[in-house]
Write a protein that binds this ligand. Structure first.
Ligand SMILES: *Cc1c(COP(=O)(O)O)cnc(C)c1O
Length: 257
């Protein structure tokens, strides 16, 4: 169990008016940034989905973001999914909303079955082994969305398959029953140099274009590009991101890592 989970009740639904206003402002400012980046890149407004990265945030904070206009959420840790799922489902039901719930962090084999009932898309599939494990644990007629995570930066600290393995892996995943290959995900290179960061995003886009044009069964729908976070989302949108994953820009600095 991660240490911060001892300090914060992630199932809490009761937040202060001040915290609610802070989150409303965070969502508004971030949505404005997304729309500005869409216009700058001559893209249609609304062509990019703003996913709220909700690690360390409790149910009340997440529902405040939903009330402010967030329509997609992503969790990093299976334990957090389990701690919040009941409260989130109740909140979504109360609001009559279906909010796509993505897994964006590493998924250990022993946690897959537990989180599958709550998750619509796993963005962090980076090996055939993980894809097979997910497929095996699905119910008979269940399907789940998958993004192939690619380590475009080459940084050892990052998860994701090697770029040169991505094409073959994508074809294998696209052929697996129960898995719907929806696209690709990457975490930007951790540097300030725009050229370097953008070249990683650009490479992922080219990979996506090649794979979608391959004619291989199950790849035509793999259009999503989940790339860009608080610091590099404008560059990612300029390079074709369809999903940006933002945490601190919406909720503020994390008190726990
Ligand atoms: C935390 C996280 C984000 C959001 O990062 P911020 O810098 O807080 O916007 C995006 N993607 C992944 C995979 C994350 O773990």
């Amino acid at each position: 169990m991660t240490a911060y989970m001892d300090h914060k009740n992630l199932a809490n639904t009761d937040i202060s008016d001040e915290r609610r206003r802070e989150i409303e402002d965070g969502v508004k400012v971030t949505l404005d940034r997304v729309h500005d980046a869409e216009h700058t890149a001559y893209r249609d407004e609304g062509s990019v989905t703003l996913l709220a990265a909700t690690k360390t945030r409790d149910v009340g904070e997440i529902l405040a973001a939903i009330d402010a206009g967030i329509r997609c959420i992503g969790e990093n840790r299976p334990q957090e999914v389990l701690a919040k799922a009941e409260g989130l489902i109740a909140g979504f039901t109360e609001r009559n909303l279906a909010i796509p719930f993505h897994m964006i962090g590493q998924l250990q084999a022993n946690k897959i079955s537990k989180i599958l009932p709550f998750i619509d898309t796993v963005e962090s599939v980076d090996s055939l082994k993980l894809a097979e494990r997910i497929a095996r644990r699905l119910d008979e007629h269940q399907t789940i969305g998958v993004l192939l995570e690619v380590n475009e930066s080459g940084e050892d600290s990052k998860s994701g398959c090697k770029p040169e393995e991505a094409e073959e892996l994508a074809y294998q995943i696209a052929a697996m029953p129960g898995l719907e290959l929806q696209g690709f995900m990457t975490i930007g290179t951790h540097v300030d140099d725009e050229k370097v960061v953008r070249s990683g995003f650009n490479h992922l886009r080219q990979l996506r274009d090649d794979i979608c044009a391959s004619g291989v069964e199950g790849t035509q729908g793999a259009q999503q590009l989940s790339m860009g976070m608080s610091a590099d989302m404008a560059w990612a949108i300029a390079e074709g991101a369809t999903i940006v994953r933002v945490g601190t820009g919406i909720f503020g600095q994390r008190a726990f890592i």
